[in-house]
Design a protein. Structure first.
Lengths: 134, 141
């Protein structure tokens, strides 16, 4: 029991670190692409509350949303926001990583107002059914 | 009476000596006992450690495998803004209908077109396919 608790604590800290790393890597790449002229808009990833009805077996209790927001630069249209979402969802490695790190919602937002799109991550990757009592 | 007193005194002396010997003997065995206890503790720890070693569940294995793979964020950002244009260009130039007479090129174009459609949101792969199209189909972009 002690061993399990200890492992859970270690896992929790490891997950926190991996989640932060995922957000940081995205933001670094977005910044470099914006500065290098590859992307016309600066994108910024952050962790959001997420949608509780999208929960899956890896979901975090709190803050299970991965939000990407368009900041400075050109204002993005709704189609462009949808396309960014599609690019992310088409990358199975990234979706898998997001899921195992406890994210269940992908949100793409524009900089003006609160308009944006939201996807349920578990729809985009076949998740095996694990035995919770194992 | 006097003889009895002497006997009592002697037996007290003997008892006193015996007690001292037992205490001395106990002092010696205490070290061995503590050593044995420590040894037992070490053995118990090793056995318990082996028993309590967390078994890797299927869920944990799925998680660790997912965390091992690399993610190309630069390609994702690039694809978010530039894949549509590149895809539109490639799908027109590499369409199999552009090679109706040349059977070999038609087959290559068909395969390329399928790959292009499959990777329409991946700029890195689309650029590789563009290069392949230039080499195999002699297309000028």
């Amino acid at each position: 029991m002690f061993e399990n608790t200890w492992n859970n604590i270690i896992d929790w800290f490891r997950d926190r670190s991996e989640r932060a790393k995922l957000v940081r890597s995205f933001n670094d790449s977005a910044k470099n692409s914006f500065v290098g002229g590859i992307a016309p808009t600066l994108l910024k990833a952050s962790i959001s509350k997420g949608e509780s009805s999208y929960k899956h077996q890896f979901s975090n209790w709190l803050n299970s949303g991965y939000r990407i927001q368009a900041f400075t630069g050109r204002v993005l249209t709704k189609n462009e926001l949808i396309h960014i979402g599609t690019v992310i969802l088409d990358d199975s490695v990234l979706v898998r990583r997001l899921i195992v790190l406890g994210f269940d919602t992908l949100e793409i937002h524009g900089d003006a107002g609160t308009y944006g799109c939201r996807w349920q991550l578990k729809d985009y990757i076949p998740l095996p059914k694990f035995n919770e009592n194992e | 009476m006097k003889m009895n007193d002497t006997l009592i005194q002697d037996s007290i002396k003997v008892a006193g000596k015996a007690i001292t010997k037992v205490t001395e003997a106990n002092d010696n065995t205490n070290w061995w006992m503590w050593l044995a206890i420590v040894e037992l503790g070490v053995i118990a720890y090793l056995i318990l450690k082996e028993k309590l070693k967390s078994k890797v569940t299927a869920k944990q294995q799925f998680k660790s495998e997912s965390l091992k793979q690399d993610i190309d964020f630069n390609n994702i950002i690039n694809s978010s803004f530039n894949s549509i244009k590149l895809y539109d260009e490639l799908k027109v130039k590499c369409h199999p209908d552009r090679f109706p007479t040349d059977r070999e090129k038609n087959i290559i174009a068909e395969n390329l077109f399928q790959e292009i459609s499959k990777n329409k949101t991946n700029v890195k792969r689309l650029l590789e396919l563009k290069e392949e199209a230039i080499q195999k189909l002699n297309i000028n972009f």
